[in-house]
Design a protein around this ligand. Structure first.
Ligand SMILES: [Mg+2]
Length: 264
C-alpha cells in the first residue's frame, strides 16, 4: 500500500498564482530533532535549481529491490525451468557483471539477457510504486518559492514513464531526464557537464538529492555545490550508514517553511 499515492498532484508550478502560501504547514516544536536542525540549514535562497534522483530518493526503492531480487528470479525460474535458488544466483551474477555500465539500468538489455518481458513484468506490480514520505509537500513548497525542479534519473525511459504514470508526480518537474538520453550514467565521468548542454544550470546554485554515493561523488567532482544523500532509500530495509554526504532522514526537516521558522 502506498498511502501518499491516493491523488494526482496539482500542477502548482504551472499556476503558482493560484496557490495560497497558507497551505504550507509548519512542523511543530515537538517534531524537531538535532538532525532536522542540521538538515534545515540548506540555504534555499542561494539555490535556483533542485535536482532529484527518482528511485530511492523520490520513490521507495522497495519496488526495485523487490522486482530484481524476488520477482525477476521467480519469473526466470518459471520461464526457463531452473530452481528458484539457482535462478536467483544467476540473476544476481548477471546483475553484478553489468554493474557500472549503463546496461545495468537498461530494460532492453535485460530483456535480451534474461529472455523475459521485463517491461511487462514491471507493469504487473505498479501498486508497489510508492512516493517517499513528504516528497510531495517539499515539491509543492519549492514551487511556491519559484525554484526550478529537475528529475534526473538513471532509470530507463520506459521505467521512468511507468513510475511517473503511477506516482502522479510528473507535473512537479520542469524537466525529467533519463541518463539514457545522454548515453552515460550519472556516476560516469562527464555526465554532469553533458547535462548542462541539455538543461543549463549553475553548479554553484544547484542542489542534488540522490541515494547513490557514486552519483553524488561524481556530481561533486564536476562542481555541483550542494549534495545530499538519503538515509533510508528502501522503507523495508534499515537506514544506511552516513558516509561522505549529509543524509536526509525526512524531507519535512528541510522544508523552506521550516527553515524560515527556525530563523525567527
Ligand atoms: Mg536512486
Amino acid at each position: 500500500m502506498c498511502p501518499s499515492n491516493g491523488h494526482k498532484p496539482s500542477p502548482i508550478w504551472v499556476r503558482p498564482d493560484k496557490v495560497e502560501p497558507k497551505e504550507v504547514e509548519l512542523a511543530s516544536d515537538n517534531d524537531q530533532t538535532d538532525n532536522s536542525r542540521v538538515n534545515s540549514m540548506i540555504p534555499w535562497t542561494e539555490i535556483d535549481t533542485i535536482m532529484f534522483d527518482m528511485d530511492g530518493t523520490l520513490l521507495d526503492l522497495h519496488f526495485d529491490n523487490y522486482f530484481w531480487q524476488t520477482l525477476v528470479p521467480q519469473m526466470y525460474s518459471q520461464t526457463h525451468g531452473l530452481e528458484e535458488q539457482a535462478a536467483l544466483e544467476l540473476v544476481m551474477r548477471k546483475n553484478a557483471e553489468a554493474k557500472g555500465r549503463l546496461d545495468w539500468y537498461c530494460l532492453d538489455y535485460w530483456e535480451e539477457e534474461l529472455k523475459l518481458d521485463i517491461k511487462g513484468l514491471k507493469a504487473t506490480i505498479t501498486h508497489k510504486i510508492c512516493i517517499r514520505p513528504n516528497v510531495e509537500q517539499l515539491l509543492q513548497e519549492l514551487h511556491l518559492h519559484n525554484k526550478r525542479l529537475l528529475l534526473i534519473t538513471n532509470a530507463h525511459p520506459a521505467s521512468l514513464a511507468i513510475k511517473m504514470e503511477h506516482s502522479g508526480i510528473a507535473d512537479y518537474f520542469h524537466e525529467r531526464i533519463s541518463s539514457h538520453e545522454l548515453k552515460r550514467a550519472k556516476e560516469h565521468h562527464g555526465f554532469w557537464e553533458m547535462l548542462k548542454q541539455q538543461a543549463p544550470y549553475d553548479p554553484e546554485r544547484t542542489i542534488l538529492f540522490d541515494d547513490s554515493l557514486p552519483v553524488l561523488r561524481q556530481a561533486q567532482r564536476e562542481g555541483i555545490r550542494h549534495l545530499y544523500a538519503i538515509k533510508q532509500p528502501d522503507s523495508k530495509r534499515p537506514g544506511l550508514e552516513a558516509e561522505d554526504f549529509p543524509q536526509i532522514e525526512d524531507f519535512r526537516h528541510i522544508m523552506p517553511s521550516e527553515l524560515a521558522r527556525l530563523d525567527k
